[in-house]
Every structure is written in structure tokens, then in C-alpha cells.
Design a protein around this ligand. Structure first.
Ligand code: GYE
Length: 349
């Protein structure tokens, strides 16, 4: 739709230029034709000229492409689906988890007059101005993975996970693991603060702790989704609290792995029926293998493969339709005592 409008406006400019040139007197023996041509050329290239290859140009503002196993699978899904073979030109901007840079990346897409903008937001806040510019430019904005705090009329739709519901699956498992008479002492490795995934998962834990008088939050800190950072933090918590810790609530697989490394290096039993209970999120295949081995007790799925759904949304818009405002993906949870090798082997990421 947008490409048709852009093509018509360029054609009009060319017709006007031809008419203007035809009406002028034959230039004297000077450089006038070059000057006129040059001015004309400048006018037509003021707008990014449509390459005519009929590809749908999608600007993808990713938070940090190598942030985690989940994020790498998410980026790959977008690149595999929005490929030139499938009719797309995907422009990936990696903000390196810098929220201000990500906003600038989106502004850059507007300046390039892309056909669509897809955002996996570093932070929930700070979007109103740039999304208002996208709206004025008539560029549909698709939020993928993370939600944001912005007026709903500033973006076309959101596709992702219900992060709080993911957290409730995890805290429900903790409730089955311990009785009301047990002391439940929890440490919480949070995702990057301000990301909707962190907010939802942390909220579920905090609500469950408030609802269970025998549950205590011993420590809470962001591990920035990172294995190494989580390992360092966990080592310090072990120093402080020792074997009082009986639950690690890590808000993604990479941080769960870091915590497990720290616990094992401290000689503490991990997972299984009587080790420190490990909660994780994402359910990447490598970490479901660890769940099968009993190292992770409860791993809550968070599906990163949003490429096909984003393409479906774009095609709906291209054909004049309106996609649903919210698309929550269905997700499961996996447990060390019921998962099978077949389940692990069948995982797509
Ligand atoms: O859990 C984490 C990634 O936004 C759901 O970001 C995503 C989270 C995911 O880095 O591994």
C-alpha cells in the first residue's frame, strides 16, 4: 500500500519535471541543461528512491542481538522469515541494550522511509515522541517480544509473551515443591531492569512471596540476562547466605546456568529432588537438556520464534486488513521429573 503511494508520488514528480523542462525556452549555449538536470536530480533524490525491486523494507530495532540464547534465536527467526527470497529487505539495528540508541535507531528507519518498523524494546519507557513521528510518516510499528508504556494508537500491534503468566507457572511449581511448614528462601536473578520480561516475571515472584508467609526473598538483583554476571552475583549470595538458599529464581536460562556454576563450585547440591531448586525461563534446547539432567527443576517456555507471526501481520496489512492489536503466544513449562529426551530433541530452538 505504502509502496504504491510512494511510486505514484515519484511518477508525479517526474511528470511535473518533464512538463517544466518542455515549457522552458531552448537553453542558450550554456550549462543550463546540466544545471536544470542537476536541480531536477536533486529534487527526485531528496526522497529515498524506490529501488523498484518490490521488496517490503522492514526496519528491525533489536535490543541486543547476542544478549542471550533466546535473543539469538529471536534474531535468527526474523532473518530467516523476512528474507529477500520471501520478498523482504530486513534492516537490523542492534542497540546493544542502550535504550536511547534504540530510539535513535527507530528514528533512522523513519528517515529512511522504511515500509514497516519492528521493535523488541530494551525499555518500556521513552517511546511516545519517536512513535508519533512514525505515525505521522504513515509507517506501521509492530512491537515484538517486549511491551512498552505508550498510547496504543502509536503502534499497530504487539506480539509476544505474557511474562507475568510465565512467572506464575514458576511460582506454582515452587508451591508444589515445598509445604506450608517449609522455610522457602529465594534469591532472584532479574533480567535487565525496565524490560517488560523482567517486570512481569519479577512481579509474579513478588506477589507469590507476599501471599506465602513462609517464603522469604533473601536477595534480588539484575544479572543483565548474562551467565557471567549471574555467576558473580550468585557467588556473593552464597558467601552471604550459604545453604540457607533453597530456591534460585533466574529470569532466563543464561542466568540460571551462571547460578548453577556458582553453586556447584561452592560444593552445593543443585536441582533434583533435594538440591537447591532452580527456576529458569526461555526453555532453550541446551537448558532443557539441563532440565532433563535434573539441574534445572522448572523451565518456563518463552517462544522467541516471532518471525512467522510478524510476516503474517505484515501480509495482513499489505492486503488492506487490520491485525489483532495483541497476539499472545501459547507457551508451556517443563519440569525435571516429567520431561523426556524426545521433548528436548524436538525443540526448534
Ligand atoms: O527471556 C531473555 C532475553 O524479552 C523474553 O530477553 C525476552 C527475554 C528473554 O534476553 O533471555
Amino acid at each position: 500500500m505504502r509502496k504504491l503511494l510512494k511510486g505514484i508520488s515519484i511518477l508525479c514528480v517526474f511528470v511535473l519535471l518533464i512538463m517544466a523542462t518542455a515549457c522552458t525556452e531552448k537553453p542558450a549555449e550554456t550549462n543550463a541543461p546540466a544545471a536544470t538536470t542537476k536541480e531536477a536530480a536533486a529534487e527526485t533524490t531528496a526522497e529515498p528512491v524506490d529501488t523498484g525491486d518490490d521488496l517490503i523494507v522492514v526496519g528491525f530495532a533489536q535490543c541486543k542481538a547476542d544478549e542471550s540464547d533466546w535473543r539469538m534465536a529471536n534474531t535468527a527467526s526474523m532473518q530467516e522469515t523476512l528474507s529477500e527470497a520471501n520478498g523482504y529487505k530486513l534492516i537490523l539495528a542492534d542497540s546493544n541494550n542502550d535504550a536511547a540508541k534504540q530510539v535513535a535507531d527507530v528514528q533512522g528507519f523513519i528517515d529512511q522511509e522504511v515500509d514497516y518498523i519492528v521493535i523488541a524494546a530494551v525499555n518500556m519507557d521513552g517511546w511516545d515522541t519517536v512513535l508519533s513521528s512514525a505515525k505521522e510518516a504513515g509507517i506501521p510499528v509492530i512491537l515484538m517480544d517486549r511491551t512498552i508504556n505508550a498510547s496504543a494508537d502509536l503502534y499497530t500491534c504487539w506480539v509476544g509473551s505474557d511474562f507475568k503468566a510465565e512467572g506464575v507457572k514458576a511460582t506454582d511449581w515452587i508451591s508444589t515443591r515445598f509445604t506450608a511448614d517449609d522455610e522457602v528462601n529465594i534469591v532472584n536473578l532479574q533480567g535487565q531492569l525496565g524490560a517488560s520480561a523482567q517486570i512481569g516475571r519479577s512481579e509474579a515472584l513478588e506477589d507469590a512471596i507476599a501471599a506465602n508467609s513462609n517464603w522469604t526473598l533473601l536477595a534480588q538483583q539484575t544479572g543483565e540476562w548474562s551467565t557471567d554476571t549471574a555467576k558473580e552475583i550468585m557467588a556473593s549470595w552464597i558467601q552471604q547466605h550459604g545453604d540457607k538458599i533453597n530456591v534460585v529464581y533466574a529470569e532466563n536460562d543464561n542466568m540460571a546456568d551462571g547460578a548453577i556454576q556458582a553453586l556447584e563450585e561452592a560444593g552445593m547440591k543443585v536441582g533434583g529432588d533435594d538440591g537447591v531448586a532452580i527456576i529458569s525461563f526461555d526453555a532453550n534446547r541446551a537448558y532443557l537438556q539441563m532440565t532433563l539432567e535434573g539441574k534445572i527443576n522448572c523451565n518456563v517456555e518463552c517462544n522467541p520464534l516471532h518471525g512467522p507471526k510478524v510476516a503474517e501481520i505484515i501480509q495482513t496489512i499489505e492486503s488492506g486488513g487490520s491485525p489483532a492489536k495483541v497476539e499472545v503466544v501459547e507457551e508451556a513449562a517443563f519440569y525435571y521429573d516429567t520431561i523426556t529426551q524426545a521433548i528436548v530433541d524436538a525443540r526448534a530452538y
